[in-house]
Design a protein around this ligand. Structure first.
Ligand code: MN
Ligand code: MN
Length: 473
């Protein structure tokens, strides 16, 4: 009997439950999650994440990477929406870097460029919107919302806007339809089309502008909104045309579950990886590791990594080239190419953990389970692995070995059943440089919803995995 058990233990793979097998680390995991929730509350947009890390890195003594600046710890921001953080290792940069890339944009709803309107049917001031990324539109109805973003005034000065987060702030809402009248326009439709983009307008204000001498002011409610905005921010309607204003769920991230073992909050895809990888690189010291460590926080992943702030842009390559120069190495195009070819990259993005309400879309044996550690996905994509970076077996095995040596709670897992759907990450864009790349991040329930659920075990295990990758990778 004992012999069979021994053989089983020796030969079979089973994922480990963090709470069972790593129980002495529970307190550290809970403490890290407290810092993480605070980060989620402060950073609901890519710009807020960038500001957060710029302030933090300055405080920690990181130097802004620019010509002639000699340091061991560097950072650089770009377009106020990207951050790169580096710590020089013992080996030359050209020996290859260990890079962890995640994204700091999240699905949301943006203001249209000309957003302000007065709805004649209801007599209310409204904001017209345009959603960003893969949102399920019905989730955004009848829930408290906040507005975050920037407006550039005509004199070039920038106004930071944040309404709906302080306890005494007003919030906003996209009112859903009452069930009594939903029979035709919603219930007869499919889920994906029952709420249309044009239904996602927020109610902005309701008091008209009052002129005691003129009883017939045109669009008086819209005018009153403009008057209030002008008083508060010194802006006029034209300033909206260039503004970036993002609508996000109002309120703070919370502990979830009776045992407080989970975190419920907005934007955890992929700020969970941004937070844990940034914490990992700032916790290591250069005496401990060989290869130069880099963390890259990118924008625009949710719309295909496009644009000059997305991972497809030249920003990170340019950063590595300048890092070579700053460390006294050649940075011609051949050296830069060889550096990238010698590099190892973790594409740190979330995976879909098994959802107890919808187990049928997952394949249990090959899915990520909440609370069983950081997930490693050899490939993503859809259909026959279409559009995926399929990591090489050699590198995949090396990552498992590093994690085992570092006593990381990890699991292997793919996103959903074959042909159930699918999705991509930054991995394939980073792989274009020839570096070894693999997807590595925690599982999430309700991904892309307003309130995503993660496990404190997996937040901590991701942090630990990223740190071990820098130290031993
Ligand atoms: Mn993601
Ligand atoms: Mn996503």
């Amino acid at each position: 009997m004992k012999k069979t058990k021994d053989i089983q233990k020796k030969l079979t793979y089973s994922r480990k439950n963090f709470w069972k097998e790593f129980s002495p680390e529970k307190e550290v995991a809970y403490a890290l999650a407290d810092d993480y929730k605070e980060f989620l509350d402060k950073c609901k947009t890519e710009r807020e994440c960038t500001d957060f890390y710029q302030t933090l890195l300055n405080k920690m003594g990181y130097a802004e990477l620019s010509e002639g600046v000699k340091a061991k710890k560097y950072y650089r921001t770009s377009k106020a929406k990207n951050v790169a953080i580096a710590q020089k290792g013992k080996l030359p940069v050209s020996a290859g870097v260990n890079l962890i890339v995640s994204h700091i944009d999240a699905p949301r709803v943006d203001f249209k460029q000309s957003p302000l309107a007065e709805d004649s049917a209801s007599g209310l001031g409204i904001i017209k919107t345009h959603y960003y990324g893969g949102v399920k539109k019905y989730q955004w109805m009848s829930t408290p919302l906040a507005i975050h973003g920037v407006i550039i005034r005509q004199d070039g000065s920038k106004v930071d806007v944040c309404i709906g987060e302080a306890d005494d702030d007003p919030v906003f809402v996209m009112p859903d339809l009452l069930p009594h009248l939903a029979r035709k326009v919603q219930y007869n439709e499919k889920l994906a089309t029952a709420i249309k983009a044009e239904h996602m307008q927020i109610v902005f204000n309701s008091i008209p502008y009052i002129d005691s001498e003129d009883n017939d002011v045109k669009e008086a409610i819209k005018l009153n909104a403009l008057v209030m905005l002008n008083e508060k921010y010194g802006i006029c309607e034209e300033d909206f045309l260039s503004a970036e204003l993002e609508i996000v769920p109002a309120g703070k991230a919370r502990d979830a579950g009776l045992d407080r073992s989970m975190v419920l909050g907005y934007g955890q895809d992929d700020r969970i990886c941004a937070f844990t990888s940034a914490r990992a690189i700032t916790d290591i010291t250069d005496a401990d590791f060989q290869k130069t460590a880099i963390v890259f926080l990118a924008d625009k992943e949710e719309i295909g990594s496009e644009g000059n702030s997305g991972a497809k842009s030249a920003f990170i390559i340019d950063f590595i080239a300048d890092l070579l120069a700053a460390c006294g190495e050649k940075n011609d195009s051949v050296t830069l190419r060889k550096t990238l070819l010698n590099s190892q990259i973790l594409s740190a993005d979330v995976n879909a953990a098994i959802n107890p309400n919808y187990p049928s879309v997952h394949e249990k044996q090959n899915a990520v389970h909440l609370g069983c550690g950081v997930g490693i996905a050899k490939f993503t994509g859809s259909g026959g692995k279409g559009g995926s970076n399929d990591a090489n077996a050699e590198f995949n095995a090396r990552v498992f070995k590093i994690f085992n040596e570092g006593e990381v709670c990890w699991q292997s897992g793919a996103l959903g059943k074959v042909d159930e759907g699918g999705g991509g990450t930054i991995a394939k864009f980073m792989a274009e440089y020839g570096a070894e790349v693999i997807d590595c991040g925690p599982g999430v329930l309700g991904m892309h919803s307003l309130y995503e659920l993660t496990s404190k075990a997996d937040i901590y295990s991701s942090y630990k995995a990223y740190k071990v990758f820098f130290l031993k990778g």
